[in-house]
Design a protein around this ligand. Structure first.
Ligand code: PLP
Length: 439
């Protein structure tokens, strides 16, 4: 056989990320097309996208406006070194993002993924305290069950054991708040009434280690990947209060929540708490070109830049592709679609229907818990012999009948594109019910 044909037909060489490689290669779930709310396979099957790809394709698939913007950018100026040189698109995009972020989070640092955005934010937190003469603040606070990407900073502050246990000790001096999933929250849709006091764990770290050792506390407003843990009422504002009292920076990791998932631009807007930094990625470009960003408050940018000698580099950090032209073009086009089509409002409008629809799964024997907020829901199923075994079986079975979902362990996560209509949600529930009732 001709070598090119042989290579194209081989599944062996690509070591797939976060994938059961051996299972996948025996049962490939291949996608060859995408339009609107649906993926398609090369056998012509339509697969309804209940996960917005991976929480990112807010405007739906195959948007020509984005393709055209990217094409134009590539032909206009394909690459500009982002260190010591600039191009207008990254400044224009930073300005646009700054108009969307809450409070005075007006300075935007570009990265290429959620993981890079998280590590960037953690580094900025350390650099900020050092610049203000408190370089001893090196401790970082994360939370159990958090997901903050896969880089060393992110896995250190995160709290999902499988993402940590093979990779050594992580950063020193990290503390973890307890997660907020209390037994009495079972089957609560929306914000639980109890649990705000769990935020006092941060005060306990202050009492134990001294506030002067703590740089920042990072949380996802809604912990997404772990199964959709919605913050208890008053929890995030309590974290804000403790951070304010002790000069600790509060970072919201909005890689999933950002750009409308909660029905507002950011989770920060929905839960009415303004952090000091917001990390974002995914829907920033509708998922079509890798891009991440960190929005920072004025005081962070000013402190770091003013502490450096005149004409010196102020922050020794950045990526070859930080704010690259093609990603900026994709993001501008995506943000324009979100704005012109009122997609954040559509998410808010569709949210009650989604939450009501997922709650109909409650009586199926295999379903052990359901949570949700905005266009984001988590459905837990009883594990089979090993954790995740049923989750993987469900991924496969749902795909076979035309539904793509993200499954973490034994939690099915539903996060449709923000362009979804009631009929799509109904189709998702019909397919989920068909499969779940046989388990
Ligand atoms: N932070 C959060 C809250 C996420 O949900 C994710 C990805 O799901 C990340 C960070 C990592 O993003 P990426 O996979 O783009 O590195």
């Amino acid at each position: 056989m001709n070598k090119v044909v042989q290579l194209a037909n081989s599944l062996e060489e690509h070591w797939m990320p976060f994938t059961a490689n051996r299972h996948f290669k025996a049962n490939p779930r291949m996608i060859s097309g995408a339009k609107g709310m649906y993926y398609s396979t090369d056998r012509g099957e339509q697969i309804l996208d209940a996960s917005a790809g991976l929480f990112c394709v807010a405007a739906g698939h195959g948007r020509p406006e984005i393709a055209e913007a990217v094409n134009k950018a590539l032909l206009e100026v394909d690459f500009v070194p982002p260190f010591q040189f600039g191009h207008p698109a990254s400044f224009e995009l930073a300005r646009r993002i700054a108009t969307m972020t809450p409070g005075d989070l007006n300075h935007v640092f570009f990265a290429n993924s959620g993981s890079e955005s998280v590590d960037t934010a953690l580094k900025i937190a350390l650099a900020y305290h050092r610049a203000r003469g408190e370089g001893q603040r090196m401790r970082l606070v994360g939370r159990e069950r958090a997901y903050h990407g896969v880089n060393f900073g992110g896995i250190s502050v995160a709290g999902m054991v499988n993402n940590k246990k093979a990779f050594g000790l992580g950063l020193p001096g990290v503390c973890h708040l307890r997660h907020t999933m209390l037994p009495e929250h079972k089957f609560t849709l929306g914000q639980p009434e109890t649990g705000a006091e769990l935020a006092n764990d941060l005060q306990r770290f202050v009492d134990l280690h001294g506030a002067e050792s703590i740089a920042a506390c990072i949380v996802e407003p809604i912990a997404g990947s772990t199964g959709v843990l919605v913050p208890p009422k008053g929890y995030l504002s309590r974290l804000r209060e403790i951070c304010d009292q002790h000069h600790i920076l509060l970072i919201f990791d909005e890689v999933i929540c950002g750009f409308g998932r909660t029905g507002k631009p950011f989770g920060s807007d929905s839960f009415e708490v303004v952090p000091d930094m917001i990390t974002m990625a995914k829907a920033l470009t509708n998922g079509v070109v890798p891009m991440g960003a960190v929005a920072c408050r004025e005081k962070i940018y000013d402190t770091i830049t003013q502490a450096a000698p005149e004409n010196a580099v102020e922050l020794f950090h950045g990526y070859t592709y930080s704010g690259c032209p093609v990603a900026c073009a994709a993001s501008q086009a995506a943000l324009t679609i979100y704005q012109e089509e009122g997609l954040f409002d559509n998410a808010a409008k569709m949210a009650p229907h989604l939450l009501e629809a997922v709650s109909t799964l409650k009586d199926l024997p295999v379903v052990t818990d359901i949570r949700g907020y905005g266009l984001l829901a988590g459905i837990d199923v009883a594990p089979l012999n090993a954790p995740g075994e049923r989750g993987l079986a469900l991924t496969q079975e749902l795909f076979t009948i035309g539904l793509m979902t993200k499954v973490t362990g034994d939690s099915i996560l539903i996060s449709p594109p923000l362009v979804c209509e009631e009929k799509h949600i109904d189709e998702m529930m019909e397919k989920l019910t068909t499969v779940l009732k046989h388990h």
